[in-house]
Ligand binder design. Structure first.
Ligand code: NDP
Length: 286
């Protein structure tokens, strides 16, 4: 079923969102601070709004995708939100999402927050995921239209849940990127081919190690860190070796020093016989 949908913010992501909604046959109204970015979408059938307020007034579903929450507030300030669903797909923090939800509701609107787990080129394609939280009724009302953007996953009515999960997933991603860069530097320090190492050895290894994570997650939930895999004392020797090897090979150890400090503190606290999941108690002390 075709819906009227407005998009505020036509950067790389907002333009991709608008394009996917146009492709799915929706009537899309667009606004961007620099008006020229609307031109390609208008050429594809989108309606140009002269102001953000006009865009918000044009549709029951108003999607915002701008630089940050401050920019989102700036764009929505003074817009007629009464009776509208505001879906904020701008990347932010849980506390910002909660504050924005309260503000939208104070304006008579209904709030949905979203976390986009995709790059613009993936929007509308298999593999793209968008996390949602906030009003369940609003999500269900627009779920079909939103499915044109990415597979939708509703996490709950607490507005900060999408941002929290988005940040948690990015945290895992940046950790993996940090490990990859350090590994690549070590291989390159001997003049060896990084591509061959990555494809043939590192990626299969990371897949095998990732398979351990659900079990570690259960240990974290149970706060039971007994291990039959490898204890912290063994890993302490391993990390010491890594840091020394980095230095010997002319590779900066900086990315790994904080993890080593956390592991050292946990062992010093008398937990050397535990497994690696126990390090969470140093990161987030009770
Ligand atoms: P861009 O830099 O391409 O676009 C930023 C957008 O924000 C532009 O439309 C810009 O308008 C607008 N903007 C900035 N400041 C203001 C303001 N004060 N008032 C009104 N509009 C403003 O970024 P993206 O499109 O890539 O990112 C948009 C959001 O999507 C971000 O929160 C980002 O984290 C999120 N996201 C992006 C992903 C990506 O891969 N690109 C992936 C997942 C999430 P103008 O054109 O006038 O400068």
């Amino acid at each position: 079923m075709s819906e009227n949908i407005s998009i505020i913010g036509l950067g790389l992501m907002g333009s991709a969102l608008a394009g996917a909604l146009l492709d799915a046959g929706h009537r899309v109204t667009v606004w961007n601070r620099s008006a020229g970015k609307a031109d390609p979408l208008v050429a594809r059938g989108a309606v140009r709004a002269a102001t953000a307020a006009e865009a918000a007034g044009a549709s029951p579903l108003v999607i915002v995708c701008v630089l940050d929450y401050a920019a989102a507030h700036q764009a929505l300030d003074g817009a007629p939100l009464d009776g509208r669903v505001v879906l904020n797909l701008t990347n932010g923090r849980p506390a910002e999402a909660r504050r924005t939800a309260a503000w939208v509701e104070s304006q008579g609107g209904t709030y949905l927050d979203g976390g986009i787990m995709a790059v613009p080129q993936m929007i509308g394609q298999p593999g793209a995921l968008i996390l949602y939280s906030g009003s369940r009724a609003a999500f269900e009302r627009h779920e079909q239209a939103l499915s044109a953007l990415a597979a939708p996953r509703f996490l709950g009515e607490e507005p900060g849940l999408a941002a929290l999960h988005d940040l948690a997933m990015l945290t895992g991603m940046y950790g993996q990127i940090g490990g990859f860069l350090q590994a690549a530097a070590l291989v390159r320090s001997e003049g060896l081919p990084v591509a061959e190492f990555t494809e043939e050895l590192l990626v299969p290894w990371l897949h095998a190690m990732a398979a351990l994570l659900p079990r570690w997650a259960e240990e974290i939930e149970a706060r039971d860190y007994a291990t039959d895999v490898s204890n912290l004392e063994i890993n302490q020797v391993g990390l010491e070796n890594l840091v020394t090897a980095f230095e010997e090979q002319g590779v900066k150890p900086d990315l790994f020093l904080p993890m080593k400090a956390i592991l050292d503190a946990r062992v010093a606290g008398g937990h050397g016989a535990e497994g690696l999941p126990g390090l969470i108690e140093e990161i987030q002390p009770r």
